[in-house]
Design a binder for this molecule. Structure first.
Ligand SMILES: Nc1nc2c(c(=O)[nH]1)N[C@H]1C(S)=C(S)[C@@H](COP(=O)(O)O)O[C@H]1N2
Ligand SMILES: [Mo]
Length: 191
């Protein structure tokens, strides 16, 4: 009992369902020929993954508890995806990089410090509970940052930008917290 309680931050309620939340339209891809994932900003050389190349990267299993800022939590998710350490074999991040902006379809974005992006528990998800991500949940790939509120886990990821200075992403510009630690209830910046 106490172990479950210790896994649910203040102000959260556990749900068995998997709610869908986002701003804008779900992208439905006709074919993946035009899909790519761009690595840019403070890197020695920019790198672009094609869909084919990206899907051939080594896969790792991950687990997490989701904590959404709108107060639902979903425990014990099983994910398959790409470890950040495996991604880092393709490009070199400059030492001046201190922050990351995750860019999604339709110009949506979210920001986080580089150490949170590089944390060994953070990853790029391809499957959730054994199934490929559905279009609603971010097909073909979403970021997952387990230790922050779920809005930092960008669906439909298309770009990873390395920055020297922090900048607000989409929800951060609209009042969400710049960092978003669920254990400190960093929900909105006026908290
Ligand atoms: N591209 C994109 N990713 C996004 C969002 C969005 O609007 N666009 N919303 C975020 C928010 S606010 C939440 S709570 C989670 C919801 O993920 P889910 O729909 O898979 O539950 O996605 C996050 N990732
Ligand atoms: Mo959210």
């Amino acid at each position: 009992m106490s172990s479950i309680k210790n896994r649910v931050p203040a102000g959260q309620k556990v749900t068995e369902s998997f709610p869908v939340l986002h701003h804008g339209e779900v992208p439905y891809y006709i074919n993946m020929g035009n899909w790519d994932l761009k690595i840019f900003g403070l890197v020695d050389e920019e790198y672009t993954f094609t869909y084919k190349e990206f899907m051939q990267l080594p896969r790792t299993q991950f687990g997490n508890d989701i904590h959404c800022v709108t107060t639902w939590s979903k425990l014990d998710n099983v994910w398959e995806g790409i470890a950040i350490s495996d991604l880092l074999k393709f490009f070199h991040i400059k030492e001046t990089a201190k922050f990351v902006m995750l860019h999604a379809e339709h110009g949506w974005s979210t920001n986080l410090p580089i150490e949170d992006f590089l944390k060994e528990t953070s990853f790029l998800a391809i499957k959730h509970n054994g199934e490929l991500l559905s279009p609603d949940h971010g097909y073909p790939v979403r970021m997952v940052v387990p230790h922050l509120y779920f809005w930092k886990s960008a669906k439909w990821l298309r770009g990873i930008e390395f920055l020297e200075k922090d900048k607000p992403g989409f929800w951060e510009k609209n009042g969400y917290h710049m960092y978003g630690d669920p254990w400190k209830e960093q929900r909105y910046d006026w908290d």
